[in-house]
Ligand binder design. Structure first.
Ligand code: NAD
Length: 482
């Protein structure tokens, strides 16, 4: 109560819908301008939390893809590859600063279109997007020090296709290194989350980026296929499912295109009996419920040492009882909406398979909104390695719990997957962390933490999680003729 005896009232959240100005329809961003499609097709993008239509978006057809690739080629030949590297760097710094200035708007738009909690888009996604542009801006005039030869050359035009789980962050992982290395790009965002990429197109205009250096074409799988199969591109950068990644690997085989694939994962989060349990439980929750589990490197398989299994399960369930599921724009929300009806159907289907195969299913009591796409945080215990929920990527807020007795058994189980993107190790012993990191076949191994990202650190997979690295000095290699 205030001194005047009145109830304390909260000020309205600064991250409100009002900070975003949406157009009713969007064209394609080609050669520095928003243009109409030559094929005349459109689709709607909706808010997964309410099913409200947010905007109408263009579906690029083959003629549009041709136009975008031609614009990128012209910009490559006439301006971008001719600019001194320091000037390229300046544009990237300018873009990074505009992203910071417009961070609130970008965060709200990302949460609206994707369904992720504003706390995550505001505190994780958008700051990391700006950090990626700052980081690669710094590399633009230092490429000869990257260890890739004295005078590494750009590849030319990059065709880039990204998924819906971190829309603007995946865009930054692709566009920032490509531009820093002197390439131009045509990027296709996912069909369910095109809006922040289109706002990024406006940011390119605001930064006076030369026309054609960045082209954004919207559409679904057919548009993506037309782009990656286009004869006019020199490089394919794809992030998405392993299934589509394999199709791209087949269609680009035998061409001169350089290809990087960032695909699916089924990470093990391994908890030893000497780990501080409460801290580890925070890491487990972050590992699988961050971004509704729509994370390629999510810790979807929890491996617990048998001696602490009961204690960990009690603590985990208690913590899950405190998670708030609901409105993505409420800053107190921990778990937002599932991105699409299709993804929700897949999560439901695999969870039902988990039950049918004999695993025990548990969710905390939680009321889900009536409209929109929602799934309660879910834990499966009694899971064995043969269960589909332990083998297949669910890409949702669903954790499978398995147990182990010895470090060797933990390694054996963790590596028993077709994927190899990430892993987590929770233990008090530094020597054990190093021993485990050496044996785990995963591109990233986190120790006593999980889902930490940094632009200076390379990220990428082994086995069916793809090839090539994004981030850090290693991320330059994908965009240089080295
Ligand atoms: P998806 O493969 O269905 O779609 C990804 C993108 O590819 C979308 O833009 C889509 O329109 C496009 N696409 C679809 N078919 C295509 C085709 N034949 N040719 C070219 N493009 C095509 O994947 P998704 O469901 O959007 O994303 C989830 C997947 O992405 C998960 O498997 C996840 O693990 C993976 N992912 C990986 C990383 C990583 O860095 N390894 C990061 C994020 C997501």
């Amino acid at each position: 109560m205030s001194p005047a005896g009145k109830k304390f009232e909260y000020a309205p959240a600064p991250e409100s819908r009002a900070v975003v100005t949406l157009r009713s329809s969007y064209g394609l961003f080609i050669d520095g301008e928003f243009v109409d499609t030559a094929d005349g097709r459109t689709f709607k993008t909706i808010s997964p939390a309410t099913e409200e239509v947010l905007a109408e978006v263009t579906e690029a057809g083959p003629t549009d893809v041709d136009r975008a690739v031609a614009a990128a080629r012209r910009a490559y030949q006439r301006t971008w590859s001719k600019l001194p590297a320091r000037e390229r760097g300046k544009y990237l710094f300018r873009i990074a600063r505009i992203i910071q200035e417009r961070a609130r708007e970008l965060a709200v738009l990302e949460s609206l279109d994707n369904g992720k909690p504003i706390r995550e888009s505001r505190d994780v996604d958008i700051p990391l997007v700006a950090a990626h542009f700052f980081y690669y801006a710094g590399w633009a005039d230092k490429l000869s020090y990257a260890g890739l030869g004295p005078d590494p050359r750009p590849l030319g035009v990059a065709g880039q296709v990204i998924p819906w789980n971190f829309p603007l962050l995946m865009l930054s992982w692709k566009i920032a290194p490509a531009l820093a290395c002197g390439n131009t790009v045509v990027l296709k965002p996912a069909e369910t989350t095109p809006l922040t990429a289109l706002l990024f197109a406006e940011i390119c205009q605001q930064a006076d980026l030369p026309p054609g250096v960045v082209n954004i074409i919207t559409g679904a799988g057919d548009t993506g296929r037309a782009l990656v199969e286009h004869g006019g591109i020199d490089k394919v950068a794809f992030t998405g499912s392993t299934e589509v990644g394999k199709m791209i690997a087949r269609s680009t085989a035998g061409t001169a295109k350089k290809v990087t694939l960032e695909l699916g994962g089924k990470a093990a989060n391994i908890l030893f009996d000497d780990a501080p349990v409460d801290q580890a439980v925070e890491g487990i929750v972050n590992g699988i419920f961050f971004n509704q589990g729509h994370v390629c490197c999510a810790g979807s398989r929890l491996l617990v040492q048998e001696s602490v299994y009961d204690e960990v399960l009690v603590s985990l369930k208690r913590r899950l009882g405190t998670l708030r599921v609901g409105d993505p724009l409420d800053k107190n929300t921990d778990v937002g909406a599932i991105n699409s009806a299709e993804q929700l159907a897949r999560i439901r289907e695999l969870s039902e398979v988990g039950e049918a195969e004999g695993a025990e299913r548990w969710s905390p009591p939680c009321e889900l909104p009536e409209r929109g796409f929602w799934f309660a945080p879910t834990v499966f215990t009694g899971v064995t390695q043969a269960h589909r929920i332990a083998r297949e990527e669910i890409f949702g807020p669903v954790l499978s719990v398995l147990t182990f007795r010895t470090p060797a058994e933990a390694v054996e189980k963790a590596n028993n997957t077709p994927y190899g993107l990430s892993a987590g190790v929770w233990t008090d012993k530094g020597s054990r962390i190093l021993w485990m990191a050496d044996k785990l076949r995963a591109g990233v191994v986190w120790a006593n933490t999980f889902n930490r990202f940094d632009p200076t650190s390379p990220f990428g997979g082994y086995k069916e999680s793809g090839y090539g690295r994004e981030g850090g000095r290693h991320g330059l290699e994908a965009y240089l003729d080295a």
